[in-house]
Design a protein around this ligand. Structure first.
Ligand code: FAQ
Length: 310
């Protein structure tokens, strides 16, 4: 890599300038961004599945409508993110191929089943909350197309968060059975939620390089801590418990203490061996196969339309 170009690139980042697709960038910056944005896009598309199965079973017409709009938004976020990743030179077709072949990763948390309506509520409130903590930090990052996509995503996610919170408050203020359902959802989802922010800083592979180039604006432990800071008090306020006896805020350090998450389980799940990985990818494979004729028809319709004009 040309040291002068690299120094000029890093100086731009230090000044807080955005890097745009046609600008010079180190190969590693491009590679890391493709990896991260692509995984983020896949997470949105796979993330639509556990909640998506609840659209027809959501309690009441208004909840069905709201959930349908939310799921549609998540798929829209994937489209924005695939477009941002494409500016770096990887085609959307290749990204989809890498998703369905299992080569690319996506968020651990969507490999768990949403058994009950309360699980869907946990996702809408707390998984969205976790996603927002991460995205609000990275919106100030260095790559223009990713930041602009995140900006729009955050605006939409803030509605999802309100919707999710509303659903949870309803359960919390409901019958003992409804409260029990949400408590069970917390018990099931807490471990994956702790994993969601990524491995502990001391074992995270990419944090340092991503933070040097302002792609990632906070470490995994910092975003996890921020999430705990904002949401644990809200969960406790509603009278629910969190299945970690060691969870407490250390008032001296200002940091949360918790039982070390099981990173072996995390690794298994992100490498394809979680409770729902096969099922999630199968849904995407079927969609890809069933949608092929639509893509082909569109391509040939465009050709026919364009040809007479040339
Ligand atoms: N799941 O070195 P690090 C959402 C992998 S969007 C799976 O710490 P990094 C919206 C990582 O890729 C949720 N894999 O990695 C929604 C790497 O593997 P590799 C997604 C994970 O990149 C809500 C290895 O572990 N958000 O939820 C995870 O510095 C509700 C080493 O890890 C984003 O993607 C994980 N949780 O930090 C939708 C935001 N964590 O590639 C529907 C953008 C780590 O070497 C319903 N991404 N890995 O094979 C990021 O901010 C970062 O990529 C992190 C990971 C923080 C996720």
């Amino acid at each position: 890599e040309d040291p002068e170009k690299l120094a000029a690139f890093e100086a731009r980042i230090a000044r807080g300038e955005k890097i745009e697709p046609a600008d010079w960038m180190p190969q590693l910056y491009r590679k890391q961004l493709i990896r991260m944005i692509e995984q983020h896009a896949h997470s949105e598309i796979i993330g639509a599945l556990p909640e998506g199965t609840w659209i027809t079973r959501a309690p009441g017409f208004k909840r069905k409508l709201a959930l349908m709009a939310k799921v549609q938004d998540e798929v829209g976020h994937a489209q924005l993110l695939y477009s941002a990743a494409e500016t770096l030179g990887k085609t959307r077709e290749q990204m989809i191929q890498d998703l369905i072949s299992g080569k690319s990763k996506y968020s651990n948390i969507f490999n768990y089943p949403a058994f009950t309506w309360a699980d869907a509520c946990f996702i809408s409130w707390l998984v969205d909350a976790g996603a927002i903590v991460n995205q609000l930090a990275n919106v100030k990052g260095s790559y223009g197309p990713y930041c602009r996509a995140l900006d729009r995503i955050c605006a939409e996610e803030s509605f999802h968060l309100k919707y999710g919170h509303h659903c949870v408050i309803y359960l919390a203020a409901g019958t003992p059975k409804q409260r029990e359902m949400f408590q069970e959802a917390i018990n099931r989802w807490w471990a994956p939620m702790m994993h969601f922010f990524g491995p502990a800083d001391k074992i995270s592979a990419h944090t340092q390089v991503l933070m040097n180039w302002k792609v990632k604006m906070a470490t995994n432990d910092d975003t996890r801590n921020q999430f705990l800071d904002m949401y644990v008090p809200k969960i406790w306020e509603l009278g629910f418990t969190i299945p970690d006896p060691a969870l407490r805020k250390n008032t001296e350090t200002g940091r949360w203490e918790y039982t070390e998450p099981d990173w072996e389980e995390f690794k298994r799940v992100i490498n394809g061996d979680g409770p729902c990985n096969k099922e999630r990818l199968e849904v995407r494979r079927v969609a890809e196969t069933r949608g092929r004729w639509v893509r082909e028809a569109l391509r040939s319709a465009t050709m026919k339309y364009v040809e007479p004009l040339v």
